[in-house]
Design a protein around this ligand. Structure first.
Ligand SMILES: *Cc1c(COP(=O)(O)O)cnc(C)c1O
Length: 379
């Protein structure tokens, strides 16, 4: 038998990989424009910041010396961690920076789970926790949301001796609900150190409510708390891929062992550092813009009679009376890219990211017209 005929790739692949359904990212904008015949396409599907990066970060990007592209960056994002430590009054070793916070999710799961272990999270939340657990061969216990929020009681009941990690998305993507400080503390007290609790605060910089908890504070009081944050959302650096985790020294030291160094590029490190050090004004400007756009969108869905879930972050989800995937395609033809929620287990819901208020007005018009045309075609 030839070597090629003898090779059976499936024999070498674990069951959990063979059974895992790969996630297919959307095509590049230019391809989509051709496909849908729209000359311009508004990206309202990825919760990106329409204001882009803070001014200081833009300056860094513009001034990058091309010769530096040949140099390896700091392998552990040294100066960025020093800046984070300064900003949050912590030790630099309490931070681990990754190629987007998605990379640190992987490191955390690698560091704590072994064969037979499981993680707990919600059924309708950011899917990466569940995906990484599953393609790594661990079970993900998905606790149904209680209404639109994380069910603390239900999650506590699912803890077993093999539970290593509990992922709480606060505020939740896509429903926008959050646990208050009191509720989070009650939960942490009742977990009582049986597992590591990860608070994913990807959107915390948008939240202005006084009862919203600060994970940076909680991780000083609870030795089993890790906090995830990202530069992709508020700081408008999604294209450079940089996010991080923070935690007690001992926990971070374990996660660091399961992390491949040099994964964060030079430009990302420098731009993120500038964003941390000089990002205050940008945060205020973004919050102001979001408040205006949120009020446009809330008014729109209310007037259209669509059930909706608003959020203190930069997205809002609403229900449409037709198939969400088809409806998204129709909006695409009108030049608006939004997120269909079937993959989030919310069939017939759509999530829209907040951009400039004027653009939200245009989106509102397209949405209303598309709903009317759906009505006509079902009559
Ligand atoms: C966008 C997002 C992230 C961040 O991902 P990056 O890899 O840092 O771009 C993490 N968690 C949630 C809930 C998100 O929505």
């Amino acid at each position: 038998m030839s070597a090629a005929a003898a090779f059976d790739s499936a024999r070498l692949v674990p069951d959990y990989i063979r059974q895992f359904e790969p996630y297919i990212p959307s095509k590049p904008d230019d391809e989509l424009k051709k496909l849908y015949g729209c000359p311009c396409l508004h990206r309202l599907h990825n919760n990106e910041n329409p204001l882009g990066p803070p001014k200081a970060a833009r300056e860094i990007i513009r001034q990058m010396r091309t010769a530096n592209a040949a140099l390896y960056p700091s392998g552990d994002s040294y100066y960025l961690r020093v800046a984070l430590a300064e900003h949050f009054s912590k030790h630099p070793d309490q931070f681990l920076v990754g190629n987007g916070s998605c990379e640190v999710i992987t490191s955390v799961i690698k560091a704590f789970c072994e064969k037979g272990d499981n993680i707990i999270t919600a059924d309708k939340t950011f899917a990466v926790y569940e995906w990484v657990a599953e393609f790594s061969g661990y079970e993900a216990h998905l606790v149904p949301l209680d209404g639109f929020g994380f069910d603390d009681e239900g999650m506590l009941q699912r803890i077993d001796p093999h539970t290593k990690l509990i992922f709480v998305c606060n505020p939740n993507n896509p429903t926008g609900t959050y646990w208050t400080r009191d509720r989070t503390i009650r939960f942490l007290d009742r977990v009582a150190g049986r597992a590591v609790v990860v608070l994913d605060e990807a959107y915390c910089e948008f939240v202005e409510d006084a009862d919203f908890p600060d994970g940076m504070e909680l991780l000083e009081q609870y030795p089993n708390v890790l906090v995830f944050r990202t530069f992709s959302k508020m700081y408008g650096l999604a294209g450079l891929r940089v996010g991080y985790l923070a935690g007690p020294l001992e926990l971070v030291d374990y996660v660091r062992r399961a992390y491949v160094v040099y994964s964060v590029n030079l430009l990302a490190q420098a731009a993120a550092r500038a964003a941390v050090e000089q990002g205050e004004e940008h945060i205020h400007a973004t919050r102001e813009l979001m408040a205006q756009s949120r009020s446009v969108m809330e008014r729109t869905v209310r007037e259209l009679g669509l059930p909706y879930q608003s959020s203190p972050a930069n997205y809002l989800m609403f229900q449409v009376p037709v198939n969400d995937t088809l409806f998204c395609r129709r909006l695409m033809r009108r030049g608006f890219m939004v997120r269909s929620m079937t993959a989030f287990r919310f069939p017939n819901w759509i999530r829209v990211s907040m951009a400039a208020p004027e653009l939200m007005e245009c989106f509102a018009e397209a949405l209303a017209e598309e709903l009317r045309s759906c009505e006509r075609s079902t009559e």
